[in-house]
Design a protein. Structure first.
Length: 176
């Protein structure tokens, strides 16, 4: 037969510190922080200009250009994407009929990329008098898989004017 357990004895002193273990492997490099400058272009045209059926709208000035991913020569219709990636394109403008227009008259605008209409960018207005004007706008994300890639805003209709108009192109990021 066993007897009862006795009381716990006093705590002993701390032993000496052991040797330092080997150094661990270096960890993976972390992701780059978000300190890079945005790549963007803003172009506009303020004086009203006469549009042509199937013609590209001319942007006579650049407001802001940052980086080299997007370029535009002033007084031209073509915006050129110089770096592959995803881009957000935003257009806003005012359109109206010129004198001599037959009513009702429909004018539409849309974005073309490399000569092909970009889905989701078509906007239009039907005019009934020469005093009528309309604001039109679209925003769309496009993919530039090859460069250079040219984009233009195309107008459809006859006897119309456009202006002021503006176009902003922001590079969102790389292709996956």
């Amino acid at each position: 037969m066993r007897g009862a357990t006795g009381p716990t004895g006093p705590k002993g002193s701390t032993g000496p510190t052991g040797a330092t273990g080997p150094r661990g492997a270096t960890g993976a490099t972390g992701a780059t922080g978000g300190t890079s400058s945005p790549e963007l272009l803003s172009a506009y045209s303020t004086p009203p200009q006469t549009g042509t059926a199937g013609g590209a709208l001319v942007f006579d000035r650049n407001a802001v250009v940052n980086g080299t991913a997007v370029s535009h020569a002033q007084n031209s219709a073509s915006i050129v994407i110089q770096q592959t990636g995803f881009y957000q394109v935003s257009f806003h403008g005012t359109i109206g009929p010129t004198s001599g227009a037959d009513f009702p008259m429909t004018v539409s605008m849309y974005l073309e990329q490399q000569g092909t209409e970009v889905p989701g960018t078509a906007v239009q207005h039907t005019f009934h008098t020469t005093a009528d004007t309309s604001n039109v706008a679209f925003t769309q994300i496009i993919q530039a898989a090859t460069v250079p890639t040219t984009i233009e805003v195309i107008g459809q209709g006859k006897n119309y004017f456009y202006g002021p108009v503006s176009l902003v192109v922001n590079r969102l990021g790389n292709l996956n």
